[in-house]
Design a protein around this ligand. Sequence first.
Ligand SMILES: Nc1nc2c(ncn2[C@@H]2O[C@H](COP(=O)(O)OP(=O)(O)O)[C@@H](O)[C@H]2O)c(=O)[nH]1
Ligand SMILES: [Mg+2]
Length: 237
Amino acid sequence: MPKAVVCLPTYNERENLEPMLRALGDKDVRVLVIDDNSPDGTGELADRLATELGYVEVLHRERKEGLGPAYLAGFRHALADGAELVLEMDCDFSHDPNAVPRLIAAVESGADLALGSRYVPGGGVRNWGLLRRVISAGGSFYARVVLGVKVRDLTGGFKCYRRIVLETIDLDSVDSKGYAFQIETTYRALRAGFKVVEVPITFADREVGGSKMSKAIVAEAIWKVPGLRLAALFGRL
Ligand SMILES: Nc1nc2c(ncn2[C@@H]2O[C@H](COP(=O)(O)OP(=O)(O)O)[C@@H](O)[C@H]2O)c(=O)[nH]1
Ligand SMILES: [Mg+2]
C-alpha cells in the first residue's frame, strides 16, 4: 500500500476530476477525493471512478464550508488510514500532477513540510493577468513580513506534510477557510520547529470549471495574518 495520500478537495470539478485521477494513477499515491456535495455531480462521478481505480477513495461531506474544513476532514481520514505522507492539491490542474513526486522526494530527503512554491527560483505562474499576479505576490509578501518568516509562497495549496506535522499542529484549533488555511498551517508548522522547504512549481490557471475564490476568502487572509502573529506572541499557537 502506498504510504502517501493526496487529499483532493472538489467542488463542481466534473470536467477535471477524471483526467486528474488518471494523471495521478502512476504516482504511487492513494487519492482521497473530498467532495462537498457538488451540485454538478462530481461526488457521484468520484464514486464511480473509485470503484474502477483501486487507489481512489471518496469522502463525502454534506455541504460546502470552504477549503479549510474540507482539508481538515481529509487529513483526519488520511491519518486514521495510516498515511505517512499527506498531500494537498487542487483538482483544476493549476497544480501539475507530475510535480507530486518532487514534493514527496523533498520530504523523503529530510523536510517535514514541502511547499510547492511559485516564488522561488525556478517557480512561477502561467497565464495569469497582472492583477492576479500582484494580489498573489502581494499577499505572500504581506504574510511573510507580518509573520516574520522566510517562506516566499505562503498561500499555495500544493503541499506535502510528514505525518508528524499534522499530528503536532493541533488541527482542532485551525479555523481558517480559504487562503488563510494555507498560511496558518505552514505558520503552525514553522512555530512547532518543523523543517519547511519550498519546491519550485509552475502554477497554471484552470482551463475548465470556475474558481471558488471570493472576496471573503481574501478578506479572511488579510485579518487572519496579524491574528496569527498575535496568537503566537501570546503563546497561544
Ligand atoms: N471540498 C471542497 N473543495 C473546494 C471548496 N472550494 C474550492 N474547492 C476545491 O479546491 C480547489 C481549489 O479551488 P479553486 O476554486 O480553483 O481556487 P483558486 O485556485 O484559488 O481559484 C479545487 O479543486 C476546488 O474544486 C470547498 O468549499 N469544498
Ligand atoms: Mg484553482
